[in-house]
Structures are given as C-alpha cells and as structure tokens.
Design a protein around this ligand. Structure first.
Ligand SMILES: [Zn+2]
Length: 447
C-alpha cells in the first residue's frame, strides 16, 4: 500500500487515472446503451451486433406486473412467456435497433390473463413509443414513399402508428367549449370515399371526424356532444347540401344555432359554373374548321379561374383577349368576379343582400345554363349565405384549414382505411401537440 501512495498510479493505469480526474470514465457497453436508447423503466443487460441490426436485451426495473389495459398491478405472476418479446426502436446511425425482453403474464380481475405492460411501448405493439411518435410526426409532413424509405417500414405501419398516437394523445376535452363550428366533407380516396370533419372556428382546428358524409354521420357528432354542449353552439357553417343542414336542425341537436353557408363552397360553386361555360366553348371551338380560335383559347382555364391579382403576364394577356370577344365566356367571368366581391368582407348584411339579389337576377337572364342553375341554388340558400356575411365565420382561417387538410390527404393518398386517413387529419390539423422523442422531458435519461 505504502509504495502506491508514494509513487501514484502504476504506468498502465495512468491513462485511466487521468480520465477519472477529467470525468471521462470509460463506460461499459450496457451502460452506454442505457444512455443511448433512453428506454423508460428498463436496464440493458446485453448488446449483440448482428448483420445491420443491434439486438439489445433489457429487463424491467419494476418487480410488480402491470395490466396493459388498466391500472391493476400485482406481485403475483401467472407464468413467464417462453420466448422474448421484440420491439423495433429508433435507428442508431445506419443500424436498426431491436429491443428484446422476456415478459411475464398476470391475471387481471377485469381483463383476464394478459402479458404485462412495458413502459416504453404501447400495449400489443411491436414498435417502441419513440418510433411510433416519430412515424406519426413524419406522416403529417412527408410523403409516404419517403417515410417508408427513411424509416424502413411499410406504409401500413405508418398508418397504424398514426391511429395509435391519435388514440392515446387526443385531448378528451376537445369537445368542451364549442361555440362556432364548421362542418365539411373531404374525399380521402378515389371512388367517393368521404370523411366528415367538424372544425372549431375559434381555435381553427379539426375537433371531430368520421367516415361518410350524410346526415347520420353528423348525428353521431351531436350524440357524442350531448344535450348540454349542443345547446351552447351558436353558429354552424355548412356546404349547401341538404344532409348536414338536416342533422343540425334536428330536435336535440343545434336547432338554435345560426346556420351559415360556407363561403369557400359558395364561391367554388360559381367557379365551377364558369369552368363549365369554358369547357362548352372549348368543345365548340375545337370543332371549327379553322383551329386559330381554339389555339388562342387553349390553356385559358387558369386565366379565368385565378383571382385577377394573381395572374402572370401571359394569363393577363389571354384574359384581355377574352374580354375583347365580349362573348358569353366574358359575361361568365364578370359574374364570377362580381360574386367574389360580395364576400370581400366589408359589406353589411343589407348591402350584401342587394348585391346578391342583383347577381341572381343577372345570372338567371344570362342564357348560360350553369349560371341559371347556380342562381337557383343561391336563391334557395339566400338566408344561409347572408348569415355568413353577417357573422363572418367562413373566413380565411377555415379556408386555410381546408387547404391544409386537403394537402395532408393528397400527400398520403392510398390509405388502407378511413380510420387511418382520419387519424392523419387529426394529427396534422387537430388539437394534438405531438412531441418528438428528443423534445420530451428525459425522464430516464440519466439511468
Ligand atoms: Zn386490466
């Protein structure tokens, strides 16, 4: 003992000694993986490097067994699973990481004999919670091919991760305090597959959704809301179809609410009428022996449909040429612009009423069949349209929401189910504040 104190550490321990003094302790591989993986409630007991994959075996730190479906816990085990369970975790560099643990079973008084819960993964799932959350976060921002390639999972796995994250993270209080809501339908797949979405106008997010787009679909929303919360609803914005209106006005739903037409849909209806006139004219021009007119008119769609302030030079030229013709197509264009002006946001209800009636009269005299039909719809829903002008709830915010939801759906086209599509809408546009693994408080980081 004397000589060591006298001479300090022996030469081969000098490097180690220097590290200890600097706080740079060499760590064991299991300790290193405990820190790297940050898995909640477990200790790493072995690490094996295979081909492209690192297999990390862990043991649960807690002795008691917990039911995955409720809070029941017990010290008594029913049996031990013969094989270890396996989870996929976040990759480490180019390595896939696979977690293995031998689990026990317990007898829950409510759920029977079940495999115990693990703190780092959702029940019955073979991805860790960190990976689940990462996939769900990516799905709202990236196309499916990129995610599948980046994370080396199938698109179906991403869809399921979205459903799980929404299932556990959706705020149950999101239906409280709804005063002004908007109802909208969105197609999530070709061949007429639709979702009905309910938007909270005050927070600007989607709070409810279900498959289908008829009165029954929306009935389910009011049922979930219950009589007290239904009675608190002051205003509802809708498209011009009869289904949602019927459901809103039904007894016990929200007959007291002011119903407004969704301006986004109303303006779109007139845009569609203009496009129909344009297509008719295009068909006529194409049949002419001289193709000069058809060539001139070609590609005029955006010149006509875009707002005049957004046109580029070529489109502005084209619009000027259409104006010189003074034909039906120009009248249709003028009517679209007049209609848009009614909703510019600076008119009172009475002023808007005068303009709307004048517009309907002009459209009905226009001898353009799509506009005659359009005017009929507007007359029929006149009150709803004027309500929207007066209460101003179908404003840019909801239009922005509409665009956002459509973008999410389009980027991820080809869901395997309506539930997966709905989950993605909720994640991207709903009241969920999704955290990435590194943004969460590192509860077990120092373990
Ligand atoms: Zn249970």
């Amino acid at each position: 003992m004397g000589p060591r104190v006298a001479h300090g550490p022996r030469p081969r321990f000098r490097v180690l000694y220097a590290w200890i003094l600097e706080g740079r302790l060499p760590v064991r591989v299991t300790t290193a993986f405990n820190r790297l993986l940050r898995l909640e409630g477990v200790n790493v007991c072995s690490v094996v490097f295979g081909i492209n994959v690192i297999t990390v075996t862990v043991v649960l730190r807690r002795r008691r067994l917990v039911c995955p479906h409720c809070s029941f816990s017990t010290g008594a085990r029913y049996d031990t699973r013969p094989r270890p369970s396996v989870w996929r975790h976040l990759d480490l560099g180019v390595w896939r990481v696979q977690i293995e643990a031998t689990l026990r079973r317990l007898r829950c008084p409510t759920h029977g004999v079940v495999v115990e819960a693990v703190p780092f993964a959702r029940p019955g799932v073979h991805l860790t919670r960190d990976l689940d959350d990462l996939l769900a976060w990516l799905a709202t921002r990236m196309d499916k091919t990129s995610i599948a390639r980046l994370c080396r999972v199938s698109w179906r796995t991403v869809g399921r991760a979205c459903e799980r994250v929404v299932g556990t993270e959706l705020d149950p209080g999101r239906l409280d305090g709804l005063f002004r809501i908007g109802v909208d339908e969105i197609s999530w797949r070709k061949h007429h597959k639709y979702l009905t979405l309910v938007v909270d106008h005050d927070c600007g997010c989607v709070v409810w959704g279900a498959r289908g787009r008829d009165a029954k679909t929306l009935d389910a929303f009011f049922d979930e809301l219950g009589p007290q919360r239904c009675a608190a609803i002051e205003a509802v914005s809708l498209d011009l179809g009869p289904a949602y209106l019927k459901s809103v006005q039904a007894e016990g739903h929200a007959p007291q609410a002011i119903v407004c037409a969704d301006i986004f849909h109303v303006v779109k209806l007139v845009g569609d009428a203009l496009d129909e006139v344009r297509r008719d004219l295009w068909q006529q021009l194409r049949r002419l022996p001289d193709d000069r007119w058809a060539r001139d008119f070609k590609g005029s769609r955006w010149a006509l449909l875009k707002n005049p302030e957004d046109l580029n030079d070529r489109q502005a030229d084209q619009l000027a040429r259409i104006r010189r013709t003074r034909g039906g197509i120009w009248r249709a264009y003028e009517m679209k612009e007049q209609f848009r002006a009614i909703f510019a946001g600076d008119l009172t209800r009475d002023q808007a009423a005068v303009l709307l009636d004048r517009w309907c009269a002009r459209a009905q005299r226009s001898r353009l069949a799509p506009f005659v039909k359009c005017a009929r719809t507007m007359r029929h829903r006149r009150d709803l349209i004027l309500n929207a002008v007066e209460h101003g709830i179908s404003n840019g915010r909801v239009e922005g929401m509409n665009t956002k939801v459509r973008l999410i759906i389009r980027r991820a086209y080809g869901f395997h189910s309506a539930d997966a599509a709905l989950a993605l809408v909720m994640l991207g546009a709903g009241p969920i504040d999704l955290k990435l693994p590194h943004e969460r408080t590192p509860a077990q980081a120092a373990a």
